[in-house]
Design a protein around this ligand. Structure first.
Ligand code: ACO
Length: 375
């Protein structure tokens, strides 16, 4: 059926580009009908991962076997470490992660299959292995050996253990876990839509995820959590916050961590994470950062009516729990792999090639002139 209106909306703003049963933002963000407030408060990232990939909350026995499958899939082939060691140490962590996922595709028994069961198996294996890739690169680039994954720790504790070589404090594990719950899924965001477009050609899960990682890297999307911290480092103190933001307006600067295509009043994920930041800031000697952030938020709202997005508090939270800035967007991948996988599986289950039209704005028809006769 052709579109009778042929309306063009720049950036596809407001366009309904498909159907999904995975999440909705109408009436508050919900994953498969569960509010993110409930999930952030009562659930765990592993349970949310199961919900997104399998479509329902697990029973106790389903959850136990899911966790055990994840724990068994955390190791990556030695060739991954060899390749990582051969890369320039200033390689971008998201680019390295994208390469790492590509290598895993070559070692996966189900690699090219788009059968539902194969896609689910691959989704679980990628979910399990991505933290190993992220932390291995972080350690290798700083001259350290990777730390082997541990099967006795949950997803977040294992990730932090592989990063630092020691078990995290509970407050650190919990903070990371909640952030991963909130980063996991967000309807037709740019990277998930990228994954769906790729899947709609009948390519496989690894290919779609590689494309999605490239889309998430950009500073207008996932890359903003790192940039938001750079903003606060530049601001430096709460006394400088108001002058800094007013000067940013004067110079028409894009302030990373603010604004959102679909949230014009409030990003509910940011509200939950800000509360978390405020709770742990005193014990982490970070109240000045919370004050700075607060002043910038107030002036942004009063002057521009722009709310903070999830990346604004996420960057601060990660800094408070001792994480290096360049790992923030890779952590987003460690979480969003669940949403991407759910979208790829949903797309594969009722596929139609995604191929929109464009309004042509190029030159009118021209006659071809052989190169020897061109002016
Ligand atoms: N700083 C300053 N001004 C902004 C910002 C910002 N962060 N965001 C939007 N604006 C301004 C725009 O310049 C525009 O002003 P204008 O009407 O005078 O031209 C107006 O607000 C509307 O913004 P749009 O660009 O139309 O909003 P859009 O929906 O296209 O963009 C986006 C959304 C890309 C997120 C934008 O707000 C932005 O670039 N924010 C900074 C990057 C960021 O934080 N990204 C993370 C997104 S959340 C996530 O991925 C988890």
């Amino acid at each position: 059926m052709t579109n009778p209106t042929e309306q063009y909306y720049p950036g596809l703003e407001g366009v309904i580009a498909g159907e999904t049963a995975i999440s909705t933002i109408a009436g508050g963000l919900q994953y498969r009908g569960y509010s993110i407030q409930d999930l952030a408060e009562k659930s765990t990232f592993e349970e949310v991962a199961y919900l997104l990939i399998h479509g329902n909350l697990p029973s106790e026995s389903e959850f136990a076997s899911f966790k055990s499958r994840l724990a068994d899939s955390r190791e990556v082939p030695e060739s991954v470490y060899t390749l990582f060691r051969s890369l320039p140490t200033d390689a971008n962590a998201m680019d390295v992660l994208r390469t790492g996922v590509s290598i895993l595709a070559h070692h996966d028994a189900d690699t090219g299959s788009i059968e539902l069961a194969a896609s689910v198996r691959k989704a679980e294996r990628l979910l399990a292995a991505i933290p190993t890739l992220v932390t291995a690169w972080s350690r290798i680039k700083s001259g350290n050996d990777p730390v082997a994954p541990r099967s006795d720790l949950d997803f977040s504790a294992n990730l932090l253990n592989m990063l630092h070589g020691s078990e995290p404090a509970e407050v650190e594990r919990h903070a990371l876990d909640v952030s991963l719950i909130l980063y996991a899924e967000h309807e037709y965001n740019a990277s998930s839509f990228t994954a769906r477009v790729a899947a709609s050609t009948l390519t496989d899960l690894h290919g779609a995820v590689v494309a999605a990682i490239a889309a998430l890297k950009g500073p207008l999307h996932g890359g903003a959590n790192e940039k938001a911290v750079e903003v606060l480092l530049e601001v430096g103190s709460k006394d400088n916050a108001e002058a800094w933001i007013r000067n940013a307006f004067k110079t028409k600067r894009l302030v990373m961590g603010f604004g959102h295509r679909v949230y014009k009043e409030e990003d509910p994920r940011a509200t939950i994470l800000k509360r978390f930041c405020m709770e742990i800031a005193p014990e982490r000697d970070a109240t000045e950062w919370e004050d700075m952030a607060d002043i910038i938020e107030k002036v942004m709202w009063d002057e521009k009516h722009l709310p903070p997005n999830m990346d604004w508090p996420a960057g601060r939270l990660y800094r408070m729990i001792g994480l290096e800035t360049e790992i923030y967007t890779p952590l987003f991948v460690a979480s969003r792999i669940t949403g991407w996988a759910a979208h790829v599986i949903e797309q594969q289950s009722a596929n139609r090639l995604i191929r929109p039209r464009a309004t042509y704005v190029g030159p009118a028809a021209q006659s071809y002139v052989p190169i020897t006769e061109r002016e």
